[in-house]
Design a protein around this ligand. Sequence first.
Ligand code: SF4
Length: 245
Amino acid sequence: MGKLVIHQEKIEDIAALISICPFGAMTASEGKVEIGAACRMCKLCVKKGGGAVEFVEDAPKLSVDKSKWQGIAVYIDHVDGRIHPVSFELLGKARELADKIHEQVYALFMGENIGSGAEELRHYGVDKVFVCDKPVLSQFNIEIYAKVFESFIRQVQPAAILVGATPVGRQLAPRVAARFRTGLARCWIFTRTAIWCRSVRPLAAISWQKSLPQIPVPRWPRCATRSWRRLSGPKRRRARLCLWQ
Ligand code: SF4
């Protein structure tokens, strides 16, 4: 965007400078010219102000190498190793999308004594299951779980992250998204480039699906939560098991 900077020392005639603005956005106060909220950024004062007003561009934003962010990760919600059905649904959706864009599906599974659950996940359309099995993860602790989640994202760099909108997921997803300064949407439909957000009323969203607002997410990874809808799960398929430390 940019901003206007007034060089007070270069102003020869305050009244003449103020009269340039067609929107009355410039005012004089205690011998100084100020630009108010009425400014439309027409830059007329820059052109005709004799150098007294300068337009300064914003500093360029840090660019992100999008090619480094690949794949779709699903956080596996569970209670004592028993996986919540929403995680299977998300794996199915992730698989569907990943097949279209030729990317991989990852599952992040953390807890204690979750070996059998991790083994089961290998049959649900996942390319890689990342397992963090530690005593410290036996009970849900937001700080510890978010730290492991963050470490996973930094190393694996998934382009998108799906989290079930469970009591745990609703706490964890915003915390993790905030650590990467990325957006978090309650998602109805999810694509590689955008998230279609669910309407306030779920029933309305079902009938008005075509008019759901599309939210482009400028930063990576893209994070979304999704409620459990009792949809059909993915087909069984075997995946590699990666132990996550
Ligand atoms: S940019 Fe245009 S609207 Fe803003 S202060 Fe200058 S002349 Fe007025």
